[in-house]
Design a protein around this ligand. Structure first.
Ligand code: HEC
Ligand code: HEC
Ligand code: HEC
Ligand code: HEC
Ligand code: HEC
Ligand code: HEC
Length: 417
């Protein structure tokens, strides 16, 4: 902590000494207040993820300071509670620790959480403390988790390669065996009394001319050409209107890999519509400015790209993002139905977005794609009152689980206006 906050650490030391003098027992009772039981820590994690995670990490600096150890470096637990509930009031009161911190963090005002109770804030501290004290090896594991979605796809080609290599080896072996058999048969025939004509056939040279004129060869070539042509036509037919992999260039080099991957910003923080209705929505400039008010320069693109955000904000012009995913007007798709009710992960349909510098269309978005998933996926009916009745009826038919198909997910009118 002394590395990051030389000044504040000194001040907090003075504070601690003053506090310790005024009431010797109070310091230890403060640290005892941070809960260590599982339930409080779980409640704290929940609160931290929904309220604090956009700006704080436990062990690294984001928009705000790393919160690991804050219970030891801040003046007191009570101070933390006041600061979280209304940081601007604490700063306005001239509290030196707060003013110092505020200046160090480029005068970013932390959101006020007046609705949080003291107990909630203690639970958050309990969670932070439990995270901070975890052995270091646990962190890289956690960071690697979101990458899992893309892992399966990479395995497949390797597997195919092995099969191909195996087949080539078998083919070579077959050729060698055939050559052996031919020479054995020739030797056998040579020992027989043959007419001149027969001898000629046995020793007729195998060359390109004789092969290409043979019927078997002509048939094989014709078959391969026809098959390839057929496949090409099928491919063209299937790709009409399909834009798999479409990844247009955007007016600002916004990277999901940096925001959603490296900084783990929740998809819903920017795509606020997913929980509410049909459209996921693209974030407005205001949402970008929550952070880029302060962050003026990026590691990869320097100040150029972020300056465009600030310009759009000052000129009050929306950024003209190029749309990647597009269903035809005749089809109806609703995000909240899938994300909230169905609990389908964004990545199931959009792929590992958190690893993409430029978003690309990951799924086919054809009617067949929608239908396939509705046939295979079971609805998430547990704890959902809407489905209780359906499940009850369904239970009587003897099957335990219901697919989307069985609640009517294949009816034309559900997806077509
Ligand atoms: C909008 C971003 C933002 C959010 C959300 C946020 N903080 Fe902060 N926090 C900050 C900034 C920035 C600071 C540094 C002080 C300042 O500039 O006001 C800070 C400082 C703190 C400090 C003092 C840190 C220290 O080193 O002494 C604590 C404690 C804290 N925040 C807790 C929380 C908790 C708990 C939550 C969630 C309930 C939360 N913050 C949510 C931005 C945020
Ligand atoms: C919750 C905070 C947050 C929000 C919201 C946010 N960003 Fe960022 N942005 C960051 C951080 C952190 C960086 C990394 C800076 C660095 O590279 O050190 C960054 C970097 C960038 C960069 C530079 C990347 C590079 O490496 O050069 C661009 C461009 C950018 N953001 C665009 C946007 C746009 C557009 C929006 C709104 C749609 C947005 N950001 C919203 C936190 C945020
Ligand atoms: C910091 C804000 C931010 C976060 C966090 C974020 N996005 Fe985005 N997203 C954007 C912006 C801005 C665009 C438009 C520019 C583009 O396509 O890159 C976008 C575009 C998209 C698109 C393409 C939309 C289209 O045009 O069809 C998808 C899909 C998407 N995001 C999914 C996700 C998912 C999944 C996550 C979480 C893993 C996520 N986003 C997190 C800001 C964000
Ligand atoms: C069941 C599949 C599915 C899931 C799950 C899903 N999406 Fe989509 N998403 C789509 C389809 C299909 C479209 C095209 C919709 C259209 O053109 O009307 C789309 C479009 C989008 C767009 C651009 C257009 C718009 O609607 O504003 C964004 C951004 C987006 N999705 C983000 C997300 C995020 C973030 C999540 C997770 C919280 C998510 N999606 C989950 C299928 C899905
Ligand atoms: C990854 C799987 C998946 C894909 C892909 C998918 N869906 Fe769904 N869909 C679901 C699930 C799961 C539900 C059930 C949600 C619930 O519990 O109501 C659902 C429900 C629906 C419903 C409501 C059905 C009803 O009877 O209430 C509609 C409409 C719908 N999807 C349309 C679409 C369209 C249009 C597409 C293609 C653009 C699509 N879905 C692609 C998984 C998927
Ligand atoms: C789960 C959702 C879903 C259901 C159920 C569904 N469709 Fe579709 N349908 C779509 C989507 C999405 C598209 C657009 C696909 C595309 O652009 O490739 C589409 C496209 C079509 C098209 C092609 C239109 C064109 O311009 O190419 C026809 C025709 C069609 N649907 C008829 C039907 C009929 C008839 C039914 C009932 C038997 C049905 N659909 C049920 C989602 C659905």
């Amino acid at each position: 902590m002394t590395i990051n906050y030389p000044h504040s650490a000194l001040k907090s030391l003075i504070f601690s000494i003053v506090l310790a003098l005024s009431s010797l027992s109070s310091l230890s009772s403060f640290s005892q207040e941070i809960p260590t039981d599982e339930a409080s820590i779980a409640a704290g994690k929940q609160l931290f993820d929904t309220n604090c995670k956009t700006c704080h990490r436990v062990d690294s600096r984001l928009i705000g300071p790393p919160l690991g150890g804050v219970y030891d470096r801040a003046p007191s637990i009570e101070w933390i509670q006041n600061f979280v509930k209304n940081s601007s009031a604490v700063i306005a009161s001239g509290d030196p620790y707060a003013v110092n911190l505020f200046n160090e963090y480029n005068k970013v005002l932390m959101t006020s959480f007046s609705s949080l109770k003291n107990e909630d804030i203690l639970n958050i501290m309990g969670y932070i403390k439990s995270e901070a004290e975890k052995p270091q090896t646990a962190t890289p594991d956690g960071a690697a988790q979101p990458a899992g979605a893309g892992g399966g796809a990479a395995g497949a080609p390797e597997y195919l390669n092995l099969i191909l290599i195996g087949m080539v080896i078998i083919l070579i072996l077959l050729v060698v065996i055939l050559l052996f058999m031919i020479s054995a048969i020739k030797r056998f025939l040579d020992q027989r009394p043959l007419t001149e004509e027969q001898r000629e056939v046995v020793h007729s040279p195998i060359n390109v001319g004789t092969i290409t004129r043979s019927r078997g060869f002509i048939f094989a070539v014709a078959f391969i050409v026809a098959a390839l042509g057929f496949k090409a036509i099928i491919n063209v037919l299937f790709s009409v209107g399909v834009q798999l992999g479409y990844a247009p260039e955007q007016p600002i080099a916004f990277s999901h890999k940096i925001h959603a991957g490296q900084y783990e910003i929740d998809c819903k923080y920017c795509h606020t519509g997913v929980t509410k209705g049909k459209n996921a929505t693209i974030p407005s400039v205001n949402i970008c400015m929550n952070c880029h008010n302060q962050i003026k320069s990026g590691t990869n693109t320097g100040e150029n790209e972020i300056a465009k955000i600030v310009r759009a904000y000052n000129e009050n012009k929306p950024i003209e993002w190029v749309r990647v995913h597009n269903l035809p007007d005749l089809a109806y798709f609703n995000h909240s139905q899938h994300v909230i009710v169905g609990e389908v992960e964004c990545q199931t349909c959009h792929g590992p977005v958190q690893e993409m510098d430029v978003v690309r269309q990951h799924s086919l978005l054809t009617m067949g794609w929608c239908i396939d998933c509705h046939r295979q996926t079971e609805v998430n009916a547990r704890g959902n009152a809407y489905y209780d009745k359906l499940m009850e009826l369904h239970g009587k038919s003897g099957k335990a689980n219901m697919t989307v198909e069985e609640i009517g997910g294949l009816e034309c009118s559900k997806c077509h206006y």
